[in-house]
Design a protein around this ligand. Structure first.
Ligand code: NDP
Length: 395
């Protein structure tokens, strides 16, 4: 029986995790659920899953949740704020932590989970982008098992040989990784119309039903840029060993090419419950509630190169990875600020890339020395990005 903490329980990933967990009551027990402000959704989850601890990052929301759930038998202990989040991970008995908070806000609790040596199901790619080397070193020291939930990284993980962790890239005959991308909702839209894109259009992903931030990231392909960085960090790959391939059907979730010419791929319907179930139960396989893949219905699998002019965010992310140091943290902070501004109608869609580019120029990269330094850089980058948006962005 695994005791599970779901960080970001009310979100798109959190909901899929709880759906899989619910199918296997003899294997998993929900110990802790966390959210930010969504009190109604959290109260419903608590009534259904009966966790021992519930955390709301927003203190006002935590008070409202306490009032709603009361303190009778079966009611969870309610905690508040980032300190409450970290304490719930650090002090609890749970051995499995799902990291599914959106953005760099997930870093502190993810760090606490790897330091404690948990099995960590990583959906929150931003924490790896912001503090990758620190997080990986903490995982190594803590003896944590870091399992990717991002469908592409989970696919790569499944296609790598069992010896990969020991032998690395060269020792295991891996030549490169092909990271697939759907191309999002604007893959074929006329480039001159992109500056008029609305948040609703950007969030209407053709294949995946996701939270609003990652949906916008998919539309700009910043999501693939963050995943590029995530792949290099998680699998110890040089940037030159990763290639992005647009695959509009989202059925092939990524591929690994070997030196003998073999290319292994993982396929499945675009449903996050597949990688979630894989990471929850590894090395076993459990039912995820996902319909079998019907290749006759899919019929065609297409692949194409991304257009750098249409998707400037992808190039910016790869450049930040090559620059190294704090550049990926600056990239991520600027993107979070720009996406929030776009979602609240303060910035045009194509100006997201401009804000990220000007922030990277304004906050030069430094070698990473500590978590405090990375967080200070994150804060400086957010101020610089807000200042650019305040001046009216560019496009
Ligand atoms: P959602 O926006 O759907 O959910 C985000 C969750 O994080 C919610 O529970 C939210 O609580 C909580 N949250 C938001 N802000 C904070 C904060 N400041 N402190 C603590 N908790 C907070 O996001 P997704 O589920 O789509 O994505 C989560 C992560 O998983 C992201 O990093 C994303 O990139 C990654 N991912 C998502 C995929 C998907 O299919 N959705 C696929 C692969 C990766 P509340 O509801 O109260 O606001």
């Amino acid at each position: 029986m695994r005791e599970v903490i779901v960080l970001g329980a009310t979100g798109s990933i959190g909901t899929s995790v709880l759906d899989v967990v619910d199918r296997h009551p003899a294997r998993f027990r929900v110990h802790t659920l966390t959210a930010s402000r969504n009190v109604e959704a959290m109260a419903a989850l608590c009534r259904h899953h009966r966790p021992e601890v519930a955390v709301m990052a927003d203190p006002k929301a935590a008070r409202a949740l306490s009032r709603l759930l009361g303190d009778g038998p079966g009611a969870p202990a309610v905690r508040a704020g980032e300190a409450g989040l970290v304490a719930a991970v650090r002090d609890g008995p749970a051995d499995t932590v799902v990291s599914a908070i959106v953005g760099a806000a997930g870093l502190a609790s993810t760090m606490a989970a790897v330091e404690r040596g948990c099995r960590v199901l990583l959906a929150n790619k931003e924490s790896l982008v912001v503090a990758g080397p620190l997080l990986l070193e903490a995982a190594r020291r803590g003896g944590a098992e870091l399992l990717p939930v991002d469908s592409e990284h989970n696919a790569i993980y499944q296609c790598l040989p069992p010896s990969y962790g020991r032998d690395g890239v060269t020792g295991s005959g891996v030549r490169r990784v092909l990271l697939t991308a759907s191309g999002g909702p604007f893959r074929t839209r006329a480039p001159e119309s992109l500056s008029r894109v609305t948040p609703e259009e950007a969030c209407a992903h053709p294949n995946w039903d996701m939270g609003r931030k990652i949906s916008v990231d998919s539309a700009t392909m910043m999501n693939k840029g963050l995943e590029y960085i995530e792949a290099c960090l998680l699998f110890g790959l040089e940037p030159s060993a990763v290639e992005v391939v647009i695959h509009p059907q989202s059925v092939v979730h990524s591929l690994v090419e070997y030196v003998d010419g073999s290319v292994l791929a993982q396929l499945g319907n675009p449903d996050m419950r597949t990688p979630i179930a894989h990471a929850l139960a590894a090395p076993e396989r459990i039912a995820a509630g996902v319909a079998p893949l019907d290749l006759f219905a899919v019929a065609r699998l297409e692949f194409e190169r991304p257009d750098p002019a249409r998707f400037p965010c992808l190039g910016l992310a790869v450049a930040a990875l090559r620059e190294g140091g704090t550049a990926p943290a600056v990239l991520n902070a600027a993107n979070e600020v720009a996406v929030a501004a776009f979602l609240s109608h303060r910035l045009g869609f194509m100006a997201i890339a401009d804000v990220v580019e000007s922030t990277l120029a304004a906050v030069p990269s430094e070698p990473v020395t500590s978590l405090e330094q990375v967080m200070a850089t994150d804060a400086r980058a957010r101020c610089a990005a807000e200042a650019t948006i305040g001046r009216g962005g560019r496009r």
